[in-house]
Design a protein around this ligand. Sequence first.
Ligand code: CA
Length: 186
Amino acid sequence: MRFTVVFFFWSAAFANAAEVRNSSFDEMAPQTGHPVAWHGTCLPGKGRFIRYECDQLDGREGGRALKMSIRPDHPDEAVSYNVFQDLTGLEPGQRYRIAAKVRTLGVKNRPGVMLQCYGKQRKEMLAFAHTGAERLDKDITEWRTLEGYVTIPDGTDLARLRVGMSSVGNVGGTAWFDDVEVTKAD
Ligand SMILES: [Ca+2]
C-alpha cells in the first residue's frame, strides 16, 4: 500500500499533463450513450432539450466524439450547456494550456472549453481559462483545435473542466468535440 501511494505521487509530480478522464470521448456508458467520466448539465425538468452522446459516425478515425445537440423547440432562454469533470493535481503557479477539437452544424456562436479554478469554499472563481467567443458565419466542417491558457492561482482546490456551448444562437444546432487536453504550457 505504501509503495502504491509513493509511486502515484511521483508520477503525478513529473507528469506533463493533467489527467483528463475519457478525454477522447471513446468510452461510452452502454445504458445511456453518455461519455464515461463526464457530467452533462441541463435545466431542471427540461433535460429533453439537450442531448449529449458519444457519436461513432462523427468521431475521428478509430473512435467516438462527443455530440451535443440543442433541440429546435428549445425555449427562448440563455442556457450554457456543457459536460464537465473535476481535475486534480494541477500545480499552483503553473501555466496550463487547455484545448479541444470541435466541429459544428447549424451553430452561430462557437462552442468552447473552459477551466475554472475554485478555492476551498467553492464560492468564487479564482481564475479561469477559456477558448474565447466567436460568431460563426458557416459550419466548422473540418476539425478545428481551440485553445486557451491559465495560470493556476495559489489556493486552488478544485479545477472544473467544461466543454460546451450556449443555447444563444445555437437552437437546433449540433457540436462535436474530441481530444480534450490540459497540459503544462511553459
Ligand atoms: Ca475520440
